[in-house]
Design a protein around this ligand. Structure first.
Ligand code: RRO
Length: 287
């Protein structure tokens, strides 16, 4: 799947991703009201990944439902709308509108690392997180994904809270809170100072969290964090993910990365004489 936040706004760009081999697409996060996001610079390339602090730029759900409808007209794969809010009611309102417009599932962003009073500030508070999930489940009959933050003491505990509140699927994980400082200006590079690190650097962190979460809960896990090659994807499946999302590698490798990863997984399964992906989900947990 295409991870949230990468090219996730217009039907045209989502179509390019599907042509590149993605089996599902997740949109950029959308909220109740339009937001400009942060001033530039919003992205910085390190030697091992990207640090971003976009600041949730989006058109607001009432405008975005038009994109959802036109995307549904052209896409032949599931469309998952990523949703955020500043309260449980806001999450529920936005998720309901996305669902009515045709979203096949909603992904609750309770893990943006750097916007105040939403994202990980929701995800790291068990009572608030549970309320968000319950309120969304009460108004949306489609599957509810919950995208977790690595910036908490125990991701598996948060996973358990989300599942007890009704989460159908967990996405592990959002970006790792990070920053870069320019030695010449002696100032933080990003206008927001802090951002979220994605890409190759975070993959071992994400694999570890998927492994932990798989031991704790029974719902399907979608692995996300630094997947660039089929071998990275297989590692997530062996850790316990049933599917994977790719984000940063779309920027570095292009949209064909999905095809390359899917074909590589197929070749691996054939070589190892497995009949389906299901046979390797969580296989590294065997005693
Ligand atoms: O918009 C962002 O800056 C952003 C979001 Br919503 C998120 O969930 N994760 C991230 O790294 N950046």
């Amino acid at each position: 799947m295409l991870a949230s936040g990468i090219l996730g706004y217009s039907a045209e760009t989502l179509e390019t991703i599907v042509k590149g081999g993605a089996a599902a697409v997740v949109t950029k996060s959308v909220g109740l009201k339009p937001r400009n996001g942060y001033a530039n610079p919003t992205v910085f390339q390190t030697n091992c990944g990207l640090i971003n602090a976009m600041g949730l730029p989006n058109s607001g759900i009432d405008e975005f439902v038009k994109e959802i409808r036109s995307a549904k007209n052209v896409l032949n794969v599931p469309l998952i709308v990523s949703v955020y809010g500043f309260s449980a009611e806001e999450y529920a309102t936005v998720a309901e509108k996305a669902s009515i417009a045709g979203s096949d599932a909603v992904e609750l962003n309770v893990s943006c690392p750097h916007v105040r009073e939403t994202g990980s500030e929701i995800g790291q508070n068990p009572e608030v997180l549970a309320e968000v999930v319950r309120k969304v489940k009460a108004v949306v009959s489609k599957p509810v994904f919950v995208k977790l933050s690595p910036n908490v003491a125990c991701v598996a505990d948060v996973a358990e809270t989300a599942v007890k509140a009704g989460a159908d699927v967990l996405v592990v994980m959002n970006t790792v809170k990070a920053m870069a400082i320019d030695s010449e200006t002696a100032m933080p590079v990003l206008s927001n100072k802090f951002g979220g690190l994605s890409g190759a650097a975070v993959k071992p962190i994400a694999v570890r969290h998927v492994y932990d979460v798989y031991e704790k809960v029974k719902v399907p896990i979608v692995g996300c964090g630094g997947i660039t090659s089929w071998r990275d994807a297989v590692e997530f499946l062996l850790a316990g993910a049933s599917a994977v999302q790719i984000g940063t590698a779309v920027a570095t490798e292009g949209s064909q990365v999905f095809k390359a990863v899917a074909e590589g997984i197929d070749a691996y399964l054939n070589r190892k004489r497995f009949r389906s992906v299901k046979e390797i989900v969580g296989l590294s947990h065997r005693k």
